[in-house]
Design a protein around this ligand. Structure first.
Ligand SMILES: [Zn+2]
Ligand SMILES: [Zn+2]
Length: 403
């Protein structure tokens, strides 16, 4: 037995109506009563409130047992915006009168975030840097305090009831589609200001554009894709919170170093004599240092060898703990060799490999190998790549069957 039936009556259902019944009844009534369809806003509000209570099992049980009075005692019943509930039920919504993004459920409304991409060199990410960024944003007009005109000059737009939007409902079979459009009378502002009463400073726009300098602190060790947020520094607009300015770091590719997290990779060319007989080579680092690497006499630096200098990578962002620097050695061979130096090489280097021994029926034929031209290089690269692919895939190779 329920104590009061007012809410059920508003929705024209019986007190034992199911949740589905309630929803169906509310849809029907809300469509008919919606202010945008010429319905009575007060009644729409009441019906919506009734549905809000009855569709919540907790609230419904309180209402059934103790009526409206019980609900106000229970507290926290500070009703929803009927439009919100309507939007939840029928979808649509989103985008307010000024095109502010996001749903209403995500806290207070804000203006759009301003997103700026900043390309940063690896040097600056290594050392850290403070950079200045100039941006133009809207700020509330100081002359009219964001009202757009003199006190009393601003009237709500009659065409859209000051909401700035018009909602069209369209029945498509069993579906009801809700379409929002900016009000054409007030250009979506919800307000009308007579031309002569408009603020001279902002021309009725309520905001003026302003140049602002932001100091962007690029921390040591930051990476591409990371963001720096300036809270509330985006456009200002009357009645809503300003969004954020978000700086997105983009790492500029370096011409010598490659980076993975805190590790750095570099390819270094070393001459043959240094590689064989020792010496040194230098690597200009990302700060004002050059690292001089010793190749000890007696140690042979092979082509493609990988060397590591611990602690000379990028600093980590938190504690600035550095990663490592990886060096891929490219041994540079001389283009030719003076004949008189050959005996010295023969003395210094391991002896030549002897010619392979072939069975007696194999004829030895002397040939000349010439330098490949550019086109032949391409052909060879393509051919070799194909071979690698085949090996990698482990595909069975076609064998020529000689008959
Ligand atoms: Zn309007
Ligand atoms: Zn103004």
């Amino acid at each position: 037995m329920v104590r009061e039936t007012k809410y059920y009556d508003l929705l024209e259902v019986s007190p034992d109506a199911s949740e589905a019944d309630l929803k169906k009844a509310y849809r029907k009534k809300a469509l008919r009563l919606h202010p945008d369809k010429g319905g009575d806003p007060e009644l729409f509000k009441e019906v919506t409130h009734a549905y809000e209570v009855l569709s919540d099992p907790q609230k419904r049980s309180v209402y059934d047992a103790r009526g409206e009075a019980g609900l106000s005692e229970a507290g926290g019943m500070g009703g929803m915006d009927p439009q919100d509930l309507f939007s939840q039920l029928f979808g649509g919504g989103g985008g307010g009168p000024f095109g502010f993004g996001g749903g209403r459920s995500q806290g207070p409304r804000k203006t759009k975030d301003l997103v700026h991409r900043v390309t940063v060199s690896l040097e600056d990410l290594y050392k850290g840097k403070v950079t200045k960024l100039a941006l133009t944003r809207n700020v509330i007009c100081g002359k009219c305090n964001g009202k757009g005109g003199k006190e009393g000059a601003v009237r709500p737009c009659g065409n859209c009831n000051g909401r700035g939007i018009r909602i069209m409902l369209r029945q498509m079979g069993p579906m009801i589609q809700q379409i929002q459009q900016a009000c054409d009378e007030c250009s979506g502002t919800g307000e009308i200001i007579n031309a002569k009463d408009r603020c001279k400073e902002c021309n009725g726009k309520k905001v003026n554009s302003e140049k602002k300098m932001l100091e962007v602190h690029i921390d040591k060790g930051m990476k591409g894709g990371q963001t720096i947020t300036f809270r509330g520094e985006s456009d200002q607009a009357p009645g809503v919170l300003p969004g954020d300015v978000v700086i997105v770091i983009e790492e500029k590719p370096h011409d010598r170093f490659k980076r993975r997290d805190t590790d750095l990779f570099i390819s270094v060319e070393v001459d043959l004599l240094t590689a064989l007989a020792g010496g040194q080579f230098a690597i200009k680092h990302l700060d004002e240092r050059a690292l001089v690497v010793k190749v000890h006499p007696g140690e042979v630096l092979k082509h493609n060898a990988l060397k590591v200098i611990p602690g000379e990578g990028m600093p980590s962002q938190r504690h600035h703990e550095p990663g490592d620097l990886f060096i891929r050695v490219q041994v540079k061979f001389p283009d030719s060799m003076p004949l008189e130096s050959i005996p010295f090489l023969e003395k210094a280097l391991p002896p030549r490999n002897a010619l392979e021994h072939f069975p007696k029926n194999v004829m030895l034929e002397e040939v000349e190998a010439v330098e490949a031209d550019a086109r032949q290089h391409e052909l060879a690269d393509a051919g070799e790549a194909m071979d690698e692919d085949e090996d990698g895939e482990g595909e069975p190779r076609m064998q020529c069957a000689n008959q």
